[in-house]
Ligand binder design. Structure first.
Ligand SMILES: CC(C)(COP(=O)(O)OP(=O)(O)OC[C@H]1O[C@@H](n2cnc3c(N)ncnc32)[C@H](O)[C@@H]1OP(=O)(O)O)[C@@H](O)C(=O)NCCC(=O)NCCS
Length: 146
């Protein structure tokens, strides 16, 4: 499966939002609160400001994304992890790992050294992939030192 990992652009808009909707539905199944508004803002702000909104693309279709962005007013060196998603038929091929590696490199260049995200304790794939990518799990929080 040849998949390109790259930064999202405004041209990805609708396709990216379709993936984001799938991600939001997956998180609701784990009992997470509705983050629709926060994710929409994070994707828009992240793309506009050159944050780490990273996508995985295969044959012109988006099959996954990572949204790690620093908000306006965020503490120096810190970003928020709004989510990582891989379409079900593309899972367990290392794509979340590759997208997070890309996001880490991108943010390091911007002087970001810390990312905080959230993962529910019943989300086994989410917890496993967070750990593999070097995340430290503290309750529902995941911390990545870049
Ligand atoms: C979590 C998710 C992003 C993982 O994506 P993925 O591309 O399948 O993950 P990778 O193939 O890169 O695997 C990364 C690590 O997680 C582990 N992993 C992935 N899925 C797993 C599963 N179902 N059970 C156990 N471990 C799993 C892999 O074994 C790998 O660890 P290893 O290299 O130490 O073996 C994907 O399952 C998903 O989109 N889930 C729905 C959205 C979500 O819950 N996101 C996380 C919260 S933000």
């Amino acid at each position: 499966m040849s998949v390109a990992i790259r930064l999202a652009t405004p041209l990805d808009g609708e396709k990216l939002w379709a993936l984001a909707e799938e991600f939001l539905a997956s998180q609701m199944e784990f009992g997470a609160p509705d983050q629709r508004k926060a994710l929409a803002l994070a994707l828009k702000h992240g793309i506009d400001s050159g944050g780490a909104v990273v996508v995985a693309e295969q044959n012109g279709e988006l099959v996954g994304f990572v949204a790690w962005t620093a908000h306006p007013g965020a503490a120096d060196g810190e970003a928020v992890g709004f989510g990582t998603y891989v379409k079900p038929d593309h899972r367990k091929h290392g794509f979340s790992e590759r997208m997070r590696d890309f996001a880490k490199r991108h943010l390091r260049h911007q002087g970001i050294s810390f990312v905080t995200g959230a993962v529910r304790d019943n989300n086994i794939p989410g917890l496993a992939s967070a750990r593999t990518s070097g995340g430290r799990i503290v309750g529902y929080i995941v911390e990545w030192k870049l």
